[in-house]
Design a protein around this ligand. Structure first.
Ligand code: GRF
Length: 202
């Protein structure tokens, strides 16, 4: 399967996906990395891996619709089967999502439906949670609310700060996302009637 990864920052999740895809038996390859930030650190990491990169800076476009139209036009040439949002810090419109619904994943650093949105680690600490984690889900029009594909849990320690917790969660994100991408690439999960349907895992 051809995969396009969207990033806005360091791209550590993109790197873990790229490293997983490099295995000969992995059923997907990253064919493009797309960013809305020319300064995204992940761009150099992608280029260092021979992956094509594309930047679409929001300020270069009259509006959100024009920005998304430019990205969709590039995707028409790239022809991804799957899109993975990985630290992509922009809300994608329903029109855009509809083009790829059921083929677009996102990773969110909380155990959804708890803590959608930002500052998830501090909110988990503030809530006195004893566990935290991350979620890979299908992207739907609402933010961070699409059908869940996979989740991973980490303990929340008494002396955790948002930084120490973020670091522990990021470590499991890097394992979870490749697992979820493999599941989607192999047809082990698909989106059906707005829900995640899992193939018989026997
Ligand atoms: C991570 O917390 C990830 O969960 C979220 O964006 C943050 C940075 O990810 N999606 P990355 O290092 O840019 O992949």
């Amino acid at each position: 399967k051809r995969v396009a990864v969207f990033i806005s920052g360091g791209g550590s999740n993109m790197v873990s996906l790229a490293d997983a895809c490099a295995a000969p038996d992995f059923p997907a390859e990253i064919v493009a990395v797309i960013s809305d930030k020319p300064t995204a650190g992940g761009l150099a990491k992608a280029q260092g891996r021979g992956i094509s990169t594309f930047v679409f800076e929001r300020k270069d476009f009259a509006g959100k619709a024009e920005h998304e139209a430019a990205i969709l036009a590039a995707l028409a040439d790239i022809r991804p089967d799957i899109i993975c949002l990985a630290g992509y810090m922009r809300i994608i419109s329903g029109d855009f999502i509809r083009v790829y619904e059921g083929r677009m994943l996102n990773i969110h650093p909380s155990l959804l439906p708890l803590f959608p949105g930002l500052h998830t680690h501090q909110r988990a600490i503030n809530a006195g949670m004893k566990i935290a984690g991350c979620t890979v889900h299908f992207v739907t029009e609402g933010m961070d609310e699409g059908p869940i594909v996979a989740q991973a849990v980490v303990p929340l320690m008494a002396d955790d700060t948002s930084e120490t917790l973020a670091s522990r969660v990021l470590t499991v994100e890097h394992k979870l996302y490749p697992l979820a991408l493999r599941m989607l690439s192999e047809g082990k999960v698909r989106m059906e009637d707005g829900k995640a349907a899992f193939a018989d895992l026997a």
